[in-house]
Design a protein around this ligand. Structure first.
Ligand SMILES: [Cu+2]
Length: 487
């Protein structure tokens, strides 16, 4: 294997070129990493005493993925990092100790926090330099399933991620157990390093056009997902809670137990198709917000999306599988409530083939809806680019050359996102949760826009600042598929 590129794919595995120390030097070359324009970030509000205070140490470590050792960067002692848990309305104070060889940052994904705590170097703060500390302090207004990760280069594609769970004191619960499961695609310290993968993409030196991508080399793409192209990179491993499927974690419960499962997709380039063998799952929330309960046997979870499920467990041992869509491989967790043989690492429950749910097809509960209002402002947003030569952007350009979307406080802003590419893009807005008028006002902060699809997403401009708005395929974002909303 002399070239890592095939016509359509970048192979992350097998070459083992990159050690973590080698990679450090180029990480700071992220778009927007120059601390420009931070003066426009609104003054942070006065906050009450923190209910949750913790320290997060970003560090280099060797982790055991289940018979596979990887030297990588993690938070604290584990992969995923330590869960942070609070109640809606709490103030959090988190001191980040950066013991990495490069600068970093922490973004609190999906949280409607004040702008200065949003954790985006070059937009809301200066980067946290190597060997220094930085304290984030913010209130968490909305209950739900969130997570945190760096917003610096492609650091997300290492082990720097952990759940952020906001409990709702008013919620009745009504379940026996709760499990938080984090999905990831893994190469760092095993195959190629994320910075080397990005460098090879950049070396293709592609440009984005402004219109439809007529280059049909994107057709068919990697694998054969009914969603079109969904990923650019073949990873050596896919993980659930830091484990490869050969040595999966086993979760124990009793038959008949009702379990709330919070799924978080922390992957950089992988959309997962998720199913629990021999079970129907009831979707109750997505991106933190409640939905009208929806039963399904399988669902798609794209990068940055979260979903809460309720399941009533049968008697036996069952595989929860997160299959890498359009790729080979899967993540696995076993759920044991009784006797039975442990499924193989390659187990493929029939449920995976049963018309997986796209989360953007859900409907919100009445309590989750934004008040109905006609848009004051409508913005057309195009998603542009292609895989060969690799280039991704928005509105016909790339971040840094982009024109920010500007509005003013109190406005209802409608974003009409038209995907002009042959690839699906999980688009993410910071500091707000969209309302999707096509789905009765479904609330989402990350929405998968399929090839040639237009998705309309409204927001209420009630949280002033400079907010990143980008694709949550981290390689797409780093190539420039990002802009800002400012007011
Ligand atoms: Cu994308």
């Amino acid at each position: 294997m002399t070239s890592v590129f095939t016509r359509r794919q970048l192979m992350a595995g097998g070459l083992g070129l990159a050690g973590a120390t080698l990679l450090g030097a180029c990480t700071s070359a992220a778009p927007g990493s120059a601390p420009t324009g931070t003066a426009q970030v609104p003054t942070p509000p006065k906050l009450g005493n923190p209910a949750v205070e913790t320290t997060l140490r970003a560090r280099m470590a060797t982790v055991d993925l289940g018979g596979v050792n990887a030297t990588t960067w993690i938070y604290g002692e584990s992969l995923p990092g330590p869960e942070i848990r609070a109640k809606a309305g709490d103030v959090l104070r988190v001191m980040v100790e950066n013991t990495l060889p490069v600068e970093t940052s922490v973004h609190w994904h999906g949280i409607r926090l004040h702008n200065a705590a949003d954790g985006v170097p070059g937009i809301t703060q200066d980067p946290i330099a190597a060997g220094t500390n930085y304290t984030y302090e913010f209130a968490v207004p909305d209950p739900g399933t969130y997570f945190f990760h760096p917003h610096s280069g492609v650091q997300l594609d290492r082990g720097l991620y952990a759940p952020l769970i906001i409990d709702d004191p008013a919620e009745p619960g009504g379940y026996d157990q709760e499990w938080v499961l984090v999905l990831d695609d893994w190469t760092d310290g095993v195959g190629k390093g994320p910075d080397d993968i990005l460098a090879e993409f950049k070396a293709q030196n592609g440009t984005v056009g402004s219109g439809m991508n007529h280059d049909m080399s994107g057709m068919g793409g990697m694998g054969n997902s009914p969603l079109g192209d969904v990923g650019d990179i073949v990873y050596p491993h896919y993980l659930i809670n830091g484990r490869v499927p050969a040595q999966p974690l086993t979760l124990s419960a009793k038959p008949g137990h009702r379990v709330r499962i919070r799924l978080i997709n922390a992957a950089s380039d992988t959309l997962f198709r998720v199913a629990l063998g021999d079970h129907v799952m009831t979707v109750t929330h997505t991106d933190g917000f409640p939905v009208q309960p929806h039963e399904t046997r399988a669902l798609y979870l794209s990068q940055g999306e979260r979903v809460d499920l309720m399941v009533t467990l049968a008697d036996g041992v069952f595989p929860l599988v997160a299959a890498a869509e359009g790729k080979q491989g899967q993540g696995l967790i076993l759920i044991r409530t009784g006797g039975g043989t442990k499924p193989a690492a390659t187990v493929h429950p029939d449920e995976l083939n049963s018309d997986p749910l796209l989360l953007s097809a859900l409907m919100p509960t009445d309590s989750a809806r934004l008040p109905a209002q006609e848009p004051d402002q409508i913005e057309q947003v195009t998603l542009n680019g292609q895989m060969q030569p690799y280039a991704w952007g928005m509105n016909g350009t790339t971040f840094g050359s982009d024109t920010p979307i500007r509005t003013s406080p109190g406005k209802r802003v409608r974003l009409q996102m038209s995907n002009m590419t042959m690839m699906a893009h999980p688009m993410h807005i910071h500091g707000h949760t969209w309302s999707l008028p096509g789905n009765g006002g479904l609330r989402k902060d990350t929405v998968l826009v399929l090839p040639m699809q237009t998705i309309t997403a409204d927001l209420h401009a009630d949280n002033p600042g400079k907010w990143a708005y980008h694709c949550h395929n981290i390689y797409h974002a780093e190539m420039g598929m990002m802009t800002t909303l400012q007011y």
